[in-house]
Design a protein around this ligand. Structure first.
Ligand code: G3H
Ligand code: ZN
Length: 287
């Protein structure tokens, strides 16, 4: 099975009421872990490359790794640009073979975000590539944020409807209380806001910063319309803590395969667990 678009997977997720995991990759071992977990769970999956991953590995390496992984995969896989920074970068990724791009204009004014997203949608739709955009500010949120701050940073439901109508995006990342990276306390998601957004936006919704969010909260978000769940830090943590454990137990080990192999296995387990939480296990068979 070759690469599919994220929109194709999200259409099935929307119809079935489940969410697809979008897992960040940085190196060969993590690409392999994502594919192995998806195959073992018979789940569709989105492999995504962040700005850091592109800097570290290079666009062509990421593409080559994912294409090789997909060649033998019997589950639908989309290759997605995470938090794209510009129109030019989106075009580079489309040319490189990505089947989905995110354009993150969330730091811009509403009108500027709409204008940038529209340009990307125009070129991506001509190339058969799906587009995710973001409205609201995910990165700046804190656990103990005040109500006024929430209104300033979180996604406004009416604005979300207007944004989607104006841009024609395939999916929308919403700010409802998650934050990127590891949490100090337990994140509190604004489910009332999510319900209002879902009632107004006829497109799949995306949850960023999902590492460390309790399974029950993620399930609730999926039941209320989240269809793509982004996970990076939980994979990094499993991978790196296993590297630490292996080196602590074998301080003289010099074979990278004996260090990175167990880390890859740990990443597979975390990803499989997430897939089960998102409700996409076995869904590849129905697509
Ligand atoms: O775009 C990527 C994600 O939102 C990952 O966030 O590292 O908190 O899982 P996370
Ligand atoms: Zn994100």
């Amino acid at each position: 099975m070759g690469l599919v678009t994220a929109a194709y997977i999200l259409k099935h997720a929307e119809a079935g009421g489940w969410a697809v995991g979008a897992f960040n990759c940085n190196n060969m071992e993590i690409v392999q872990a994502i594919i192995r977990a998806a195959r073992e769970e018979q789940s569709p999956v989105i492999i995504q490359a962040s700005q850091g991953a592109i800097k570290y590995a290079g666009l062509s390496y990421i593409k080559a790794l994912v294409l090789e992984a997909v060649r033998t995969a019997d589950v639908p896989v989309a290759l997605h640009l995470d938090h794209g920074t510009s129109f030019e970068q989106a075009v580079r990724c489309i040319r490189a073979g990505f089947t989905s791009v995110m354009i993150d204009g969330s730091h811009l004014s509403l009108d500027e975000n709409i204008a940038l997203t529209r340009r990307v949608v125009e070129v991506a739709s001509a190339a058969g590539v799906s587009v995710e955009a973001e409205l609201g500010r995910i990165g700046g949120t804190e656990d103990d944020i005040s109500v006024d701050e929430r209104d300033a940073f979180f996604t406004d439901p009416d604005e979300a409807r207007y944004f989607v109508e104006q841009t024609g995006v395939d999916s929308l990342a919403v700010a409802i209380g998650t934050a990127h990276g590891l949490y100090k306390g337990e994140p509190k998601l604004d489910f009332e806001r999510l319900k209002k957004i879902k009632a107004r936006v006829p497109k799949p919704l995306v949850l960023h910063g999902s590492s460390g969010v309790p399974a029950e909260a993620v399930k609730e978000a999926v039941s209320l319309g989240i269809r793509k769940v982004n996970i990076d830090s939980d994979i990094r943590q499993a991978f790196t803590s296993t590297v630490r454990e292996v080196l602590a137990a074998n301080p003289h080990e010099i074979d990278p395969r004996k260090i990175l192999g167990p880390a890859r296995d740990a990443a597979v387990e975390v990803i499989r667990e997430k897939i089960r939480i998102f409700g996409s296990s076995g869904k590849a068979r129905e697509m």
